[in-house]
Write a new protein. Structure first.
Length: 95
């Protein structure tokens, strides 16, 4: 009798607090701790693959900063301000 899904056992050591968190999550999702761990691992790989699809590399080297006249600190402050503003607007638009 062959099974489509081959499973293997793996002994895992983890902090007690994490074990308790998994136990609670499993209970909330009405599944075993093993099923909860497997579901979370599978989801993390799916999320990782999706993030790789949208990764954008932008290099801000010294020449770029010289050309814009911004220091790294000023640029960081600008990015924080722009993100905060857009998040605030998104929340208003969403509601």
């Amino acid at each position: 009798m062959s099974d489509k899904h081959t499973t293997v056992q793996y002994q895992l050591r983890l902090p007690e607090e994490l074990r308790n968190t998994i136990r609670e999550s499993a209970k909330n999702h009405n599944r075993s701790m093993n099923a909860d761990i497997v579901a979370r691992l599978e989801a993390s790989f799916t999320e990782e693959e999706q993030r790789q699809d949208v990764v954008m590399n932008v290099v801000f080297d010294d020449r770029w900063f010289d050309e814009t006249g911004l220091s790294r600190e000023e640029f960081g402050a600008f990015v924080r301000m722009a993100v905060q503003s857009n998040v605030a607007q998104y929340k208003v638009d969403k509601d």
